[in-house]
Design a protein around this ligand. Structure first.
Ligand SMILES: NC(=O)c1ccc[n+]([C@@H]2O[C@H](COP(=O)([O-])OP(=O)(O)OC[C@H]3O[C@@H](n4cnc5c(N)ncnc54)[C@H](OP(=O)(O)O)[C@@H]3O)[C@@H](O)[C@H]2O)c1
Ligand SMILES: [Zn+2]
Length: 377
């Protein structure tokens, strides 16, 4: 289930448009910003655009700097990042520059679209994904079959909108250009939809000539059993907290974070925190939250280890404390082994109480690291 880190990159006018309706692409960025984009491209494994952008702009999507390309090769990477596009129809221009410049190309499409693309002689690895295109399958395939760890998405609006509404974008790099488009028929960056992500975290602002770069990260937990990009962020934080626990020969080191549905952090904690030599991470975190806070009902608890189902040191195990707090979603990195209790099954206790438990195995190693001495060979 691991996905690449997904970075959405776009430039918009002050009134939120990606382009005008003229035949030429509207240049929104400054020359210095185009160079920054080139640098970002050089840092990723793959660049993705939608079929609409190939039709509208006929882009090459290259790393233009010879120095950056040489540095990639010196690092053992292909000279150019993989170029990726998605199309439902498969109705693509086989002479477009996208196919004939740079390195390898992949087209993700439907079964019908694949037939069409092959008939047109599209020069790419054509990957059919059934009747409809599922973004999670695209990301999984890029990660597992193509080794993509960082994916830069350069539009257009429909692609950006889907990745944001499905909670799959890890980062937005948005450049605001000081001009207006003013044409309601022009393409917008983000269209209507049920957006995930909550109130985004602003991680950087940078003036570049006359434009401003803003970098944002989503904060809101996923809903239900499907992990969102923000889920990965919060679980990574829980793993970081686990690494800060005072070491112990008789208990695991665990970190926990409680996050409201809108992405607000409500509390965090870690094992043996403060003066309490036996406190568990989830217990320590929940003790800091206001028990009457209505946001707990929609919150997610991130715990680097599956919450415990049984413990000798306290009357209530963490799975019970979580349910009693009203929380109904838990994200964790690994299931508790039988090191200290037999048949540890916090997930079953949580599920019986009506909570959804999501396990993200790509964090297992990170979560286990501070516990290596307890886990034997
Ligand atoms: N300012 C910027 O930073 C920037 C960057 C990029 C693009 N742009 C502008 O954005 C405009 C293009 O945006 P756009 O929204 O029209 O096009 P787009 O997002 O690039 O591509 C949309 C196309 O992608 C395919 N697609 C999207 N989602 C799909 C799904 N779930 N399943 C299957 N296929 C899917 C479809 O192709 P098929 O039609 O083949 O089925 C769809 O028509 C252009 O005007 C361009 O200049 C601006
Ligand atoms: Zn516990």
């Amino acid at each position: 289930m691991p996905y690449p880190h997904v970075l959405l990159s776009a430039a918009v006018s002050l009134d939120g448009y990606l382009d005008d309706t003229g035949p030429e692409r509207l240049l929104l960025s400054s020359p210095a910003d185009f160079d920054r984009v080139d640098e970002v491209r050089a840092s990723v494994d793959a660049i993705l655009v939608g079929a609409g952008t190939i039709r509208a702009d006929n882009p090459r999507l290259l790393v233009n700097s010879p120095g950056r390309r040489a540095a990639r090769v010196a690092d053992g990477l292909p000279e150019y990042p993989l170029k990726v596009t998605v199309s439902g129809s498969g109705d693509l221009d086989p002479t477009a520059r996208f196919w004939h410049t740079g390195g390898e190309k992949v087209l993700y499409t439907t079964d019908k679209g694949a037939e069409r693309a092959r008939a047109l002689g599209i020069a790419a690895d054509v990957v059919p994904l059934g009747d409809a295109l599922d973004w999670r399958r695209v990301l999984e395939h890029l990660h597992d079959a193509r080794g993509v760890r960082r994916l830069m998405v350069e539009g257009g609006g429909r692609i950006h909108t889907q990745l944001m509404t499905e909670g799959l974008a890890d980062e937005i790099q948005l450049v605001l250009a000081p001009l207006f488009v003013g044409d309601p028929d022009a393409p917008r960056l983000f269209g209507p939809g049920a957006y995930q992500g909550g109130r985004l975290r602003l991680v950087e602002t940078r003036p570049i000539g006359d434009v401003v770069l803003m970098r944002y990260e989503p904060t809101a937990p996923g809903t239900g059993p499907l992990p969102s990009a923000a889920d990965r962020h919060w679980l990574a934080l829980a793993c970081e907290l686990a690494a800060r626990c005072p070491p112990s020969e008789t208990a695991f080191s665990v970190g926990a974070v409680v996050v409201a549905a809108d992405g607000t952090e409500l509390a965090r904690g870690h094992s043996r925190e403060g003066d309490d030599p036996v406190v568990h991470a989830e217990e320590a975190a929940l003790a800091k939250a206001d028990p009457t806070d209505p946001r707990l009902a929609g919150a997610t608890v991130y715990s680097s280890l599956e919450p415990c189902a049984r413990r000798a040191s306290r009357p209530a195990p963490c799975a019970r404390l979580i349910l009693d707090a009203g929380v109904r979603r838990v994200v964790t990195a690994w299931r508790e082994p039988d090191t200290f209790v037999t048949d540890a099954d916090g997930s079953a206790v949580l599920a019986e109480g009506g909570a959804t438990v999501v396990v993200l195995p790509e964090f297992e190693q990170l979560a286990k690291a501070p516990n290596a001495h307890l886990l034997g060979g």
